[in-house]
Write a protein that binds this ligand. Structure first.
Ligand SMILES: NC(=O)C1=CN([C@@H]2O[C@H](COP(=O)(O)OP(=O)(O)OC[C@H]3O[C@@H](n4cnc5c(N)ncnc54)[C@H](OP(=O)(O)O)[C@@H]3O)[C@@H](O)[C@H]2O)C=CC1
Ligand SMILES: N[C@@H](C=O)C(=O)O
Length: 247
């Protein structure tokens, strides 16, 4: 029986954007937080916040992750780490970008969950979050592989709830619309990114973190299995037509 004084969370992709906001919010809410990312500089800065336990790690290094989590009793897991590959039609995508996107956005989330879940089930409690995307629930042009990774996350999160029925472990998919972060850092130029966030008020990472805190604070018998959080100005869906094609 662990004698830890505070509940323990682990947030992947904690060095930036949504994951950083969630990590700091959980610390404010009384958690110790294993903050995972590759940026040692940012992780070091985050230790100024009480409760942050930095874990500098590439999520695709499964052995290192398993070793790092040995003996940890994690109560809340936020599978948040993710990347946006170069924006463009699938036929022009590099195989390496396809592989990396699926590895980070999907496989790493599954392998992390596989490491943490048995302990949660043994303790009869816990909460697993997955940061999904509107792109996993509707087709977005030039983002087919990213969307596929998020659609798989959505399906996995929902099916995992079936496996966990009666275990006391809750699962939530976060379906985020446009959130103002560095996600597009490699996919778009700085000007294009600035334009993207200038045309309407995007969701801020702290908004997602606030919602996660509300979901987590629900009574144990209540599981918010999915929440969608979009800019008011963003809509998803709606048909389109090929340019100049009359057939
Ligand atoms: N911003 C948006 O509009 C939306 C974002 N999302 C999702 O939200 C999640 C967070 O992204 P967001 O905050 O926007 O973007 P950021 O780029 O700001 O953050 C991404 C985080 O993922 C981490 N990360 C990336 N690759 C790895 C890796 N190999 N190992 C460990 N950590 C890694 C980065 O840490 P480091 O670089 O230190 O390794 C960073 O902390 C992603 O899953 C994204 O798909 C979903 C919908 C909308
Ligand atoms: N859904 C977001 C990405 O995942 C976006 O709209 O940029």
């Amino acid at each position: 029986m662990s004698m830890k004084s505070k509940p323990l969370a682990m947030v992947t992709g904690a060095t930036s954007g949504i994951g950083k906001a969630i990590s700091l919010k959980l610390c404010e809410d009384g958690y110790d937080v294993i903050a995972l990312g590759r940026s040692t500089t940012i992780l070091a800065e985050m230790t100024s916040h009480s409760g942050v336990r930095p874990l500098a790690l590439d999520l695709t290094d499964r052995e290192a992750l398993a070793a790092a989590l040995e003996g940890e009793e994690i109560d809340v897991l936020v599978n948040n780490a993710g990347i946006m590959p170069p924006i463009g039609s699938f036929d022009k995508m590099a195989q390496s970008d396809i592989d990396t996107t699926l590895e980070v956005n999907l496989s790493a989330a599954l392998s992390t969950t596989r490491l943490v879940l048995p302990g949660m089930m043994a303790r009869g409690r816990g909460h697993v979050f997955f940061t999904g995307s509107t792109a996993g629930h509707a087709p977005f042009p030039n983002m087919a592989v990213y969307g596929a990774s998020k659609a798989a996350i959505a399906s996995f999160a929902a099916a995992l709830r079936c496996d966990l029925s009666g275990s006391g472990v809750r699962v939530t998919e976060i379906v985020a619309g446009r959130v103002e972060t560095a996600l597009y850092r490699d996919a778009l130029t700085a000007d294009a990114r600035a334009d993207m966030y200038s045309v309407f008020q995007a969701v801020q990472p702290e908004d997602v973190a606030a919602m996660l805190g509300t979901v987590l604070a629900m009574p144990a018998n209540v599981d918010v299995t999915r929440f969608d959080i979009l800019p008011t100005a963003q809509f998803v869906g709606g048909g389109g037509f090929a340019k100049g094609n009359r057939t």
